[in-house]
Design a protein. Structure first.
Length: 342
């Protein structure tokens, strides 16, 4: 039942039985209400967004291609771990400013979060891996400007971006892919998260129906184009398994020797584009090598569908990165001018 009564101070008291009381000053007809005051408790910090950052310039005979990233930087004087997000796109697109839900949650947790584009088909392997490593080196080169701890950089990617994240993690210590600027800096990463990613280009459709298997046997499928290139001149194109050794060398499963950083691998049980066996094989290989790895299957989740935007998924990733890389170190970053050139 609604209740209202006028106090002697001119406030109208309104409320319901059993509810909290709200005070509102009564306003005579024809008059405008005065200012209201609210009390806000400060519980979250500020995150700055820096877009259009050019992290690499790829030179060719007649052109210069600039690769971009967007960086989220918590405005603190803490020394912060960093994470680079690589977007999925079937090896034909790299729309790096998506998955804002995940990136924002990581930034709110105190991480510097960069989202990086990379070269896709018709550019061939190893272009996208070279780009991923260039992004890591860029952050180390500019660590002081962003307040980054260069000893703690992780990567995350979904689908084809998961492939990039996996390749960066499994090729720690390999300098073959370090091309471009800042090659005096390490491109090694200290943590890797793969969401429904690709670990073996030879068997993306493993266990799927015959019609899907037929697609992956085509020389026109994107993994074949990534490894072998497009048909041109006297080259008719080639299937992904026309040269299994070459395809394996272009996959994270082909780089299982040596120590690897910790991995978090997640895959949906209802994925119809990338076989969940891709994640299973990667997990098994990492564990067999004595590496730290977790495999989480998300019941009913498909490929990049709405399941991956839910709070339990995002919280699981944030918590894993915090446990693996550690949190910000309070007050340890070097102070910089607020308008410093980033």
């Amino acid at each position: 039942m609604n209740r209202a009564w006028l106090t002697t101070t001119g406030f109208l008291v309104m409320g319901l039985a059993g509810s909290s009381t709200v005070l509102a000053r009564t306003v005579p007809a024809g008059q405008v209400a005065g200012p209201q005051t609210i009390r806000v408790e400060v519980t979250t910090g500020q995150v700055d967004t820096i877009g259009g950052v050019i992290y690499s310039q790829v030179k060719s005979t007649r052109a210069m291609r600039q690769l971009r990233m967007t960086v989220l930087v918590p405005r603190t004087e803490d020394l912060k771990p960093a994470i680079i997000y690589f977007p999925g796109g079937g090896f034909i697109s790299a729309d790096y400013e998506k998955y804002s839900e995940m990136r924002t949650a990581l930034a709110r947790a105190g991480f510097v979060v960069a989202a990086a584009e990379y070269r896709v088909v018709p550019d061939k392997f190893p272009a996208l891996v070279q780009d991923g490593k260039a992004a890591v080196r860029y952050l180390r080169e500019h660590a002081e400007e962003y307040g980054i701890d260069p000893a703690r950089i992780g990567v995350i990617g979904d689908s084809a971006g998961g492939y990039v994240a996996q390749m960066l993690g499994t090729t720690n210590g390999e300098r073959t892919f370090d091309k471009g600027d800042f090659t005096d800096k390490s491109s090694d990463v200290q943590a890797a998260v793969s969401l429904y990613g690709i670990s073996d280009l030879r068997s993306i459709g493993e266990g799927f129906p015959k019609a899907v298997q037929k697609v992956h046997q085509s020389p026109a499928v994107t993994e074949a184009l990534l490894v072998n290139g497009t048909a041109f001149g006297t080259f008719p194109g080639a299937t992904i398994n026309s040269n299994p050794e070459k395809a394996l060398a272009a996959s994270s499963m082909g780089h299982m020797q040596g120590k690897k950083p910790p991995f978090l691998i997640m895959h949906g049980t209802a994925d119809t584009l990338v076989s969940p066996m891709q994640s299973r094989h990667l997990y098994d290989a990492l564990k067999a090598g004595g590496n730290k790895a977790e495999l989480i299957l998300v019941d009913g989740a498909g490929h990049g569908d709405i399941y991956w935007y839910q709070t339990p998924i995002i919280d699981r990733v944030v918590t894993w990165f915090k446990n693996t890389l550690g949190g910000p170190i309070k007050g340890a970053a070097k102070p910089k001018a607020r308008d410093a050139n980033l």
